[in-house]
Design a protein around this ligand. Structure first.
Ligand SMILES: [Fe+2]
Ligand SMILES: [Fe+2]
Length: 256
């Protein structure tokens, strides 16, 4: 769908701290879905054992490596986690493992069994649904299985408990190069992107899964594709759940 051949040579990555000790590394690609363009965001959670959520595309490794190096020595990375097995989520995994000798991939059971146990150059840590990784300096990251939400049977998200930050992966994907953090609507733009890309699996369980995430009452939602959101995470996830319930019910009626 997307051409990534020239990335890494022309892109610039912007850095912003979106919550205490959580950094957004954002690369805007104007050639994807023009004229709006599209962002790819990695999130670094600092601690004694720093964790990065998404490795980024393999072809963006040079720009992301440079950006991370402006925050901390990249070789100190300890954990590499991501939403599901796909190029933008984990394409650069082995590049990071090569430069960070103590880094380990961490993902859910399905993802480890169907992809990581073979594809990762270092054995992954297999996380159970709800398992916590203590990063030190008060940072605690909880892994939550979200199968087929928004896509990928290995899908999952992580929640940093001390800051109330939910790292959403592809959930709430939107176009454009907005601010790093804002409090405006993210549901409408997510519906626009869904209408354009049809990227969600439309599993009948999507609404239920999103409501489980709403129960966290996160106050920051970190989007992989779009700005981060500061505000009522419960309400935003509830609205998105309602949308997907309607959309999957409409599709079933068309198919019947
Ligand atoms: Fe994806
Ligand atoms: Fe993505």
């Amino acid at each position: 769908m997307f051409m990534y051949s020239h990335l890494g040579t022309v892109m610039q990555t912007k850095i912003a701290e979106i919550a205490d000790g959580i950094y957004r590394l954002s690369t805007f690609v104007p050639d994807i879905a023009p004229p709006a363009g599209f962002t790819f965001n990695q999130f670094l959670i600092l601690g004694d054992e720093p964790l990065m959520f998404h490795t980024g595309l393999r072809k963006m490794f040079p720009v992301n490596h440079d950006a991370l190096g402006r925050i901390m020595p990249p070789e100190r990375l300890r954990w590499l986690a991501y939403g599901h097995y796909e190029a933008d989520e984990c394409g650069a995994m082995n590049e990071w493992l090569a430069i960070a000798p103590h880094a380990e991939p961490a993902h859910g059971r399905t993802g480890c069994m169907v992809s990581l146990n073979d594809m990762a150059d270092r054995l992954p840590r297999m996380l159970q649904d709800g398992e916590v990784i203590e990063l030190g300096r008060g940072k605690r990251v909880r892994y939550i299985d979200t199968p087929h939400t928004p896509h990928g049977w290995d899908a999952g998200v992580v929640y940093e408990e001390s800051t109330g930050t939910l790292l959403c992966g592809d959930i709430f994907t939107q176009l454009g190069d907005g601010p790093a953090l804002h409090g405006s609507d993210i549901v409408g733009p997510a519906i626009e992107a869904e209408n354009l890309f049809n990227y969600s699996s439309l599993s009948p369980d999507m609404g239920t899964t999103l409501r489980v995430l709403a129960e966290l009452s996160a106050n920051t939602l970190a989007l992989m594709h779009g700005p981060s959101f500061s505000g009522d995470g419960r309400a935003a996830l509830g609205e998105l759940a309602d949308f997907y319930d309607r959309r999957s019910s409409d599709r079933r009626m068309v198919a019947a």
